[in-house]
Design a protein. Structure first.
Length: 335
């Protein structure tokens, strides 16, 4: 990969992304930046050349990629990168950050650079699944996303606070604000996760999917939660998060019209979220470097990648997709 990548964040997702970047064909230079210098050095040592550590984000140039996998503000760093002519790939799932990154569409187009927003497990892989499912219809009317599981500790904390935030649903051409923790729905995920109660939360999927599918009537997102999660959402986390997260899953239901018939299509995936997110964001960087994205500007993966080839490449890296067939309980791997 003939480019320089500056990765901010060497946590669970960042470490996985670094390994995937090296295995995809190492960039010319891979600079790791993290508030925890020892952690960054440990990741750089495990990756080997060309990985190295820097104390701060260095100056960026044309063709460089700023990869943001750390918690905190991504928009300010992204804005500086765009001004310097560099591309940006972000894994954030914070609603306000996603909105601010999408607002960089105009400046990014003017600079001829890419700003890939929400390139993780969900959003990220969920957006690609929506794009794949949409290929079955002439017109998509509804998209409903559900997810379970978290990546590293920062992801777990964001997941915890999301239940206490406001959800934004897209309905009939307008945004509707909903209370986090409302809208209980039993969602079936691929094996071995199966059925879980899911609720609204401060999730950014609708912000990325509604613009990608003009004419869509409804876009919603939910997250799995139990009674304890809902009762403690307004409190600090009572237990220390798992360092890399446990098994997670996503489910994407697409409804639409094909000719005079109306139908739905349900796709999903099961993986450890940090592992899958690392593969997704690394592949997104590779597609940026290879000039394979659909357009410049800011947006989610649903509007930027060809879903079939992207999912095939992910399958080669161990991230596989399932399509639900023959009823809500059954699923079969397709990629």
């Amino acid at each position: 990969m003939s480019t320089r990548i500056v990765m901010v964040g060497a946590g669970a997702c960042g470490a996985r992304a670094g390994r995937q970047l090296v295995s995809l064909g190492p960039p010319e230079d891979l600079v790791l930046v993290d508030l925890d210098a020892d952690r960054a050095q440990a990741v750089a040592t495990s990756l080997g050349e060309p990985a190295r550590v820097a104390d701060t984000v260095p100056g960026l140039g044309a063709g460089d990629i700023l990869l943001l996998t750390a918690p905190g503000s991504h928009a300010a760093l992204a804005r500086t990168a765009v001004d310097q002519g560099a591309h940006v790939v972000s894994t954030t799932d914070v609603v306000s950050e996603v909105r601010d990154l999408c607002d960089l569409d105009g400046p990014a187009r003017a600079a001829g650079v890419h700003v890939v927003v929400g390139a993780g497990f969900s959003p990220g892989l969920s957006c690609v699944l929506a794009a794949l499912g949409a290929r079955s219809f002439e017109q998509v009317s509804e998209i409903h996303v559900a997810k379970v599981g978290t990546g590293g500790p920062a992801c777990a904390r964001q997941h915890h606070s999301a239940l206490n935030g406001s959800a934004f649903d897209w309905r009939d051409g307008d945004w509707q604000r909903r209370s986090g923790g409302s809208g209980r729905e039993l969602c079936w995920f691929p094996e071995p996760v199966r059925a879980l109660d899911c609720y609204r939360g401060a999730l950014p999927e609708a912000l990325l999917l509604a613009p990608a599918f003009p004419g869509v009537n409804r876009v919603t997102a939910r997250m799995a939660a139990n009674r304890r999660d809902r009762l403690t959402a307004r409190l600090p986390m009572l237990r220390r998060p798992h360092p890399e997260g446990e098994l997670g899953a996503i489910r994407v239901e697409i409804r639409g019209a094909q000719g005079s018939s109306h139908d739905d299509r349900v796709l999903g995936a099961v993986d450890r979220p940090a592992v899958a997110a690392g593969a997704v964001v690394a592949l997104a960087c590779r597609w940026v470097s290879d000039g394979r994205l659909a357009r410049t500007g800011a947006g989610g993966l649903a509007s930027l990648v060809e879903p079939g080839p992207f999912l095939s490449a992910l399958a080669e890296r161990g991230v596989k997709v399932a399509v639900f067939e023959g009823g809500q309980h059954g699923s079969v791997a397709v990629a």
